[in-house]
Design a protein around this ligand. Structure first.
Ligand code: B12
Length: 216
């Protein structure tokens, strides 16, 4: 491979998401690894920036739903290349975290990144997927006893479901057994406080750092 600066590779990662270019993203991820760019940086400062641009294009009606779907697929292919390098089997085990995207919401890319980074940091992750009902979250907290529950919501209309999950945990008398962290683009610190979450994180890295503090 011809030597490229880190900046150029991050730009290629971003652009291949925006151009919905699966082969391009895979190659750029491989080049990032070959050049010693930390894989987490390739995600957060490369591909994730591309997803932001895709979102803006969707809002501007330059892109339609088909492109949103495709962008999600392209990002997932890139993640497949990077994931083995994000994980490190040698790290000490820290505890159990259940994660999921709330009911009505199918966005799972951010949640998946959070889950991957948790695993890489030594947490055991129970990934419930997307469109998860409050009942399911309650059942898992009761039966599998994770220390932490991570909830994701990407739509303004599904944000309210986060509060609902917390209420259901209270009703089931489980709220005091678990720390709840919430994340997703439309959320804010204030909103997280209002619904009674223990923490909000603007990105997956910050989220993992909060989880680490909790189990220290
Ligand atoms: C890809 C995408 C899709 C894909 C999702 C594919 C998938 N498997 O996830 C598909 C095509 C399915 C989709 C569908 C829809 N989408 Co969409 N989508 C997006 C897009 C472009 C990117 C989202 C994404 O993956 N970003 C990249 C990841 C890495 O970022 P992230 O999710 O924010 O996650 C980071 C942090 O937020 C955080 N995080 C996330 N979750 C959690 C959880 C915890 C616990 C922690 C600690 C951290 C954390 O960590 C992550 C990494 O640092 C966004 C635009 C955008 N830029 O956000 C629109 C967007 C979210 N979608 C939108 C809309 C409107 C829709 C649809 C309603 C479209 C339609 N008309 O049908 C549907 C809804 C379907 C549903 N019921 O969920 C709007 C939402 C507007 C709003 N405020 O409500 C957005 C903002 C686009 C826009 N600008 O209009 N979408």
């Amino acid at each position: 491979m011809i030597w490229m600066s880190e900046k150029d590779i991050l730009k290629r990662l971003r652009d291949s998401i925006v151009n919905l270019d699966i082969e391009g993203v895979k190659q750029a991820c491989q080049d990032a690894l070959a050049q010693g760019i930390p894989p987490i940086k390739a995600v957060t400062e490369g591909m994730a920036n591309g997803m932001d641009i895709v979102g803006q294009k969707y809002e501007a009606k330059d892109y339609y739903l088909a492109e949103l779907v495709m962008a999600g697929e392209v990002m997932k292919e890139g993640m497949k290349v990077l994931e083995p390098y994000l994980k490190d089997a040698e790290v000490k085990r820290l505890g159990k975290v259940a994660v999921g995207t709330v009911q009505g919401d199918l966005h799972d890319i951010g949640k998946n990144i959070f889950a991957t980074l948790l695993e890489a940091s030594g947490f055991d992750v129970i990934d419930l997927g997307a469109n998860v009902t409050a009942d399911k979250f309650v059942e898992v907290v009761r039966d599998q006893k994770p220390e932490i529950l991570g909830l994701s919501a990407l739509l303004t209309i599904t944000m309210t479901e986060l509060g609902n999950v917390i209420k259901e945990l209270e009703k089931a008398d489980l709220r005091n057994q678990i720390k709840v962290i919430v994340g997703g683009a439309p959320l804010t610190e204030e909103y997280a406080q209002k619904i009674g979450a223990d923490a909000y994180a603007p990105d997956a890295v910050a989220g993992v750092n909060i989880c680490k503090k909790w189990v220290e």
